[in-house]
Design a protein around this ligand. Sequence first.
Ligand code: UDX
Length: 436
Amino acid sequence: MRICMVGTGYVGLVSGAGFAEMGNDVVCVDIDKAKVQRLREGECPIFEPGLEELLARNIKARRLTFTDDTAAAVAGAQVVFVGVGTPPRSDGGADLSAVDKVAETVAANVQQETVLVLKSTVPVGTNARARRIVANAKHKVHVVSNPEFLKEGEAVNDFLRPDRVVLGCDADDTFARDIMERIYHPVCLDRNRIIWMAPASAELTKYVSNTMLAMRISFVNEIASLCEKVGADIHEVRHGVGSDVRIGPKFLYAGPGYGGSCFPKDVQALVHTAREHGLELDLAVSTHRVNERQKGFLARKLKSHTDGDLRGKRIALWGLTFKPRTDDVRESAALMLIDVLLTEGAEIVAHDPEGMQNARALYGDRIQLVEDQYDAAKDADALVLVTEWRQYQNPDFERLKTLLRRPLILDGRNIWSTYGLRKQGFVYEGVGVSKQ
Ligand code: UDX
C-alpha cells in the first residue's frame, strides 16, 4: 500500500515507521526542511525507545522516505494520514489550520480515489469539516477518523501491539473500510481489536479516554491527601480498591499531578467542546483543577519543612520529564516546582537521564544541571524525586546522607515509601503515605 504520512511529530513518525515496518511504502512529509534532511540521514528527532532502530531499518529497506513536498507526496498515495499539530488556541479550542491545509492540498492534488485519515487529536466535527474541504476534489476522497492512543516511552510497542484501533467512518463506505482493514490487519490479527464507529464517536473516544484516565489520577491524588490526614496509606488503599475487577489497578498511582502533551490539553479541550454545546462537564473541570493544585504539592511540602522560607535553599531535583522513558518536559510537575522555587529564591540543581536538554532550553543557566545524579545532592537542603526513572529506584542512601546538607527526601512518586528511610535517619515524605 502507498501511504503518505503528513507530520513527523510523535504520532506521525511512530505511525509512519510502523506502517513501513509492515511492508507498506511510506512517505513522511514535514514542512520543516531541516528536519526532513535529518530524518533522511536516519537521525531520530525525539527520544523514544525502539524508534531509532525502526526508522533505520525501514529507511535502509527503502520502504520509508521523507520529503517536504506535500503536494507530490499526497498525489502518489492511496491513503493520506494526517498527523500534524493541533495546538490549543487562547479560547481553549484547537487550532485546526494545519489539518485544513492538508485537506486542501489533498483536494487539489489527488490522482486517484483516496482515503484521508485524521490521526491528529482533533475536536468533534473535524471529520465533517475535512469532508467539506475535499468534497469537490477531482477524485473521491473518503475521510476516516483514527485517533491515536500511543503513550510516550511505549509508543513503538503501543503501535505494533495496540489494545484497540478506533476507526470512525460511514457504515456503508466499503472502499475506506477495506483499505483500513488491510492497513491495520497486521497489528490487529484479532479483528476484534478494530472498532468501527461513526466519525463523531471516534473523535470523542480519544478525549473521553484521556479524560477518564486523568480523572482517575486526580481522584487518587485527592485521596492521597486524605490518607495523610487520617493516617492511611495510599498504597494499601490503591491495592484494596484496584483489586475490584470493575475498577482495575492501572492509573491509580498518586504523584505530583499528570503532565505531558495530552492529558492536560485533552481534558481542557473536552470541557471546551461541551461548553460550545451548552454543557458543563463538572467532573472534567474538577479533574483539571485538582491537577493544577496537585502540581503545587511538592513545593508546599518543601515549604512546610523550611518554615515557609526557601530563599537561598539548595534543592536537588531528580527527574524533569513528565514521566520516565521520554525526554519530554511539557506540562511536567517539575516545571511548576522549578517556577515556584525560582520565584522564592531557591537554588536548583537537577538531574534527568534524558530531559536535561529540553529543560536547558527553557531555563538556561537559571537552574544547574548535572550529569551525575549524586552531584545534584551535594550540599542540598532537600532531595526531591519528581520522575520515577528506574535508575533512581535503588540509590545509595548512605552516600546520599553524607552528601545532603539536610537529610530531607520528598518522594513525589512513592518509589521509596517501603524502604524504611525514616528509620535510616532521613526526614522522608511521600504522597499519601502515612506518617506512622
Ligand atoms: C497519554 C495516554 O495514556 C495515551 O493513550 C494518549 O495517546 C496520550 O496521552 P502519555 O501522555 O504518553 O499518554 O502518558 P501516560 O503514561 O498516560 O501518563 C500521563 C501522565 O499521568 C504522566 O505525567 C504520568 O506520570 C501520570 N500518571 C500516570 C500518574 O500520575 N499516575 C498514574 O497512575 C498514571
